[in-house]
Design a binder for this molecule. Structure first.
Ligand SMILES: Nc1ncnc2c1ncn2[C@@H]1O[C@H](COP(=O)(O)OP(=O)(O)OP(=O)(O)O)[C@@H](O)[C@H]1O
Ligand SMILES: [Mg+2]
Length: 477
């Protein structure tokens, strides 16, 4: 069996240019563009949800301080406020999740259909060079990996950024920023004395946390590489299983079952090896991020705790700050992790775009006419042909098969009989000379109109997974 050619890397491909990452990210985001307004609404809902989250710590702090000062009416107001926030957030989360899943699935299905339609148009030579299972794997596994990046991750990314900005505003403005906003809505909460602010404490910790965001970014390049390797192995596994299953008769005839099992086993464990490397890197990044944020928490508690001891901070405000800290460190950690996840999707996207970019080499010339009903004069004029652009199979072949005549091609195996038959319906294009049917160069007419008028009886019968009627009528469905 001929070794199929697999393009494992961009650089292996003759016509591929290495594109900058920015271009590839743009192309990935392009997939979400048809849904921009739905995504914008989801984003607004998500931002509202973030804004509400920012209100929690200030209100919690107020509860503690009103409980300490035995202010019952204020306590009640704030508790109702918290309940209202909870209900609002639940509704927002429902809408957000439901729409997000819908859009994500739609994008995936559209991409799959686009990829499948493109595959249908590619020339036969492409399918000889690539393994069926490998293509199927890209159509299913790779496409699925892209989903999260352009929906959930995209939204979380923007949301994290917004929470961070809102959080910084509250930190700099002090607890009264939130309390004053609540009073705008006629909610009766007392402001804290204007001398109270948690500016420096939180700002310093925020600065300590900042480098956390960079850890996953450092690892992202490797993550993208591992993802591509992993998907390549998964493709190989799919291809080898597809071949063994669809050629079950040959496998059994040569009693190669054990060999096929061993082959599949090897590839599957090789894939596991890459998965292990990727998960080790991801866990290291997550662990490292956690470590840095714990250190940040320790430093900050030491700072804030001493402030309470010296009487410059109330316990309520300390609680507020602790919760803010939790809320603010999350977007920091998220931003980096989301970036890393995005890299994973980018690895998959590169493989999908590579397929989408395969040129349709046997395409109709613009404005090509349909071939009129044919009489059946077939002429080969000095035809030069090679399957792989290296060994020439047909040298300067000239002959005429006139209409109405029964022509038999006789020759030793490998002489080129099947090749000649394959060239007439234009399954492959000749490299030199030309083939005419009733005087029309077959490259100058619509391929569909040519093939529709040619009957082919294959040596091996093929059945599609459809009804008997549909199988018999396949050419005229
Ligand atoms: N898909 C392919 N890719 C590359 N080379 C091919 C391909 N198909 C056939 N060839 C080569 O082209 C030459 C002609 O093959 P072809 O199948 O046309 O011969 P044939 O006369 O039909 O032989 P047979 O009598 O065995 O059917 C052979 O050297 C063969 O190895
Ligand atoms: Mg043959």
């Amino acid at each position: 069996m001929r070794e199929p050619r697999n393009y494992k890397q961009d650089s292996d491909r003759p016509h591929s240019k290495v594109k900058p990452t920015r271009y590839r990210i743009g192309r990935l985001l392009e997939l979400a563009r048809p849904y921009w307004w739905q995504l914008t609404i989801i984003l607004l809902a998500a931002s509202l949800s973030s804004a509400l989250t920012i209100a929690y710590p200030a209100l919690t702090g107020q509860i503690i301080d009103s409980a300490v000062s035995k202010n019952v009416s204020e306590l009640h107001t704030i508790i109702f406020l918290l309940l209202g926030l909870g209900v609002a957030q639940a509704i927002i989360n429902f809408v957000q999740n439901y729409w997000m899943t819908n859009i994500g699935e739609k994008v995936v299905i559209e991409l799959r259909i686009r990829l499948f339609s493109h595959l249908q148009k590619l020339p036969l030579s492409f399918f000889q060079e690539n393994r069926t299972g490998e293509l199927l794997s890209r159509l299913t596994n790779d496409v699925s990996l892209i989903r999260a990046a352009i929906t959930n991750n995209l939204i979380s990314f923007v949301q994290s950024l917004l929470t961070l900005i809102l959080g910084l505003i509250v930190i700099i403005g002090g607890p009264n920023t939130i309390l004053a906003a609540a009073r705008q809505f006629n909610i009766n909460v007392a402001l804290v004395p204007s001398s109270v602010s948690f500016g420096p404490t939180l700002l310093i910790t925020a600065l300590i946390l900042f480098p956390v965001a960079f850890l996953p970014i450092i690892a992202s390049r490797s993550l993208r590489r591992f993802t591509k390797q992993e998907l390549t192995k998964l493709s190989e596994a799919t291809a080898s299983s597809e071949e063994a299953i669809s050629n079950a008769k040959i496998v059994k005839a040569f009693t190669r079952e054990d060999y096929e099992i061993e082959r599949y086993n090897t590839i599957a464990w090789q894939q596991f090896g890459i998965v292990r490397k990727r998960s080790r890197l991801q866990s290291l990044v997550q662990g490292g991020t956690g470590l840095i944020s714990s250190a940040g928490i320790a430093i900050f508690l030491w700072y804030a705790g001493s402030a309470v001891l010296s009487g410059s901070l109330t316990i309520g405000i300390l609680a507020t700050i602790v919760i803010y800290f939790g809320i603010l460190s999350q977007p920091f950690i998220n931003l980096g992790n989301l970036y890393a996840q995005f890299q994973t999707a980018l690895g998959a996207a590169e493989r999908v775009f590579e397929l989408l970019d395969q040129p349709v080499t046997i395409a109709d010339e613009p404005g090509a006419p349909a071939l009129p009903p044919i009489a059946g004069d077939v002429r080969f004029e000095q035809v030069q042909f090679s399957y792989d652009a290296q060994t020439t199979v047909l040298h300067d072949l000239t002959f005429e098969a006139e209409q109405g005549k029964v022509i038999a091609l006789v020759g030793p195996s490998g002489a080129g009989k099947t090749t000649i038959a394959n060239l007439i319906p234009r399954f492959f294009d000749v490299q030199g000379g030309r083939i005419t049917v009733d005087g029309y160069d077959i490259r100058s007419v619509q391929a569909k109109s040519l093939r529709e008028q040619i009957g082919i009886v294959l040596q091996e019968p093929v059945l599609f997974g459809a009804t008997i009627r549909e199988n018999i009528a396949y050419g005229r469905l």
